[in-house]
Design a protein around this ligand. Structure first.
Ligand SMILES: Nc1ncnc2c1ncn2[C@@H]1O[C@H](COP(=O)(O)OP(=O)(O)OP(=O)(O)O)[C@@H](O)[C@H]1O
Ligand SMILES: [Mg+2]
Length: 260
């Protein structure tokens, strides 16, 4: 299959599509475990609807170190998704600064951000966003194809390795419709990991899964984290949050517990 544009791979908003699909990469930046990967400073986000302004984030300060596994928790509407989208440059703060992997996202253009995101961030969505006409292996290869990374043989090898990592080594030739919800989400994680991102983010990755499958999904995120990838995920569920090394709690657009 020839994909000319990242947004052909799913039915979501174009900017989200690009983020999901274009996980192209040149590899992790490396560095010591104490290296700061994410730094949000005084981040505010105002949503304007009609003549009303709504301050969704009211000065968020948050740092995440390389190799951490962080859960973002808090009630509905507290700003979890907004924080996650700001970390990946999908959304921009109204004020404050955002530095990820040493890059100041605020100073980058949309095009620069899209390229940067493709190289350094893997994103997992609640609704998997797999292409139904491609097998698990082909879905996992997509970001490598976009990045034209390596030869086709190398892409196949990498995609197979990522599917092994998420425990689907024996199901690489299945189509999404032939996989359970939990397995589809694991393919989505394998795809997000295809290009060896610095940072893997997931917004409610277990929101559509029963509790047992959700717990197995956290096992997968933990094994991804053990490979050295920084993982940040949003969850409502206290038990699933506790599986992270650190839980950051938001309330009304501020960090009320930094988890450190
Ligand atoms: N595009 C938008 N326009 C106006 N308000 C918005 C918009 N997006 C989010 N908000 C508001 O900003 C606040 C934070 O939203 P956000 O989606 O970050 O919350 P959340 O913690 O992820 O909630 P949930 O757990 O329900 O997903 C909410 O009060 C929401 O209504
Ligand atoms: Mg949300």
């Amino acid at each position: 299959m020839v994909v000319r544009d990242a947004r052909e791979v799913s039915g979501m908003q174009p900017d989200i599509d690009a983020a999901a699909a274009a996980t192209a990469a040149t590899g992790r930046d490396g560095g010591a475990d104490t290296e700061v990967v994410i730094a949000l400073r005084g981040v505010e986000r105002v949503y304007r609807s009609g003549h009303l302004d709504y301050l969704a984030l009211r000065g968020v300060d948050l740092t995440v170190d390389a190799g951490e596994m962080v859960a973002i928790a808090g009630p509905s509407g507290s700003g979890k998704s907004t924080v996650l989208n700001i970390m990946t440059g999908i959304d921009r703060p109204t004020s404050g600064s955002v530095t990820v992997g040493g890059r100041e996202l605020d100073s980058m253009s949309e095009d620069e951000l899209a390229v940067w995101r493709g190289e350094h961030v893997g994103i997992v969505f609640q609704f998997f966003q797999l292409l139904p006409t491609l097998t698990a292996l082909e879905n996992t290869m997509l970001p490598l194809d976009f990045a034209r990374r390596g030869s086709v043989e190398e892409r196949l090898t990498t995609a197979n390795e990522r599917l092994e990592l998420v425990g689907l080594g024996d199901r690489v030739d299945r189509f999404p419709s032939e996989l359970s919800g939990g397995e589809q989400q694991r393919v989505a994680i394998a795809r997000a990991m295809a290009c060896d991102p610095l940072l893997l983010v997931a917004d409610e990755p277990t929101g559509n899964l029963d509790s047992e499958t959700a717990s197995a999904m956290l096992d997968v995120l933990q094994s991804v984290n053990r490979t050295g990838t920084t993982v940040v995920y949003v969850t409502h569920d206290v038990t699933l949050g506790a599986r992270a090394g650190r839980v950051v709690t938001l309330r009304d657009g501020v960090v009320v517990d930094d988890g450190r």
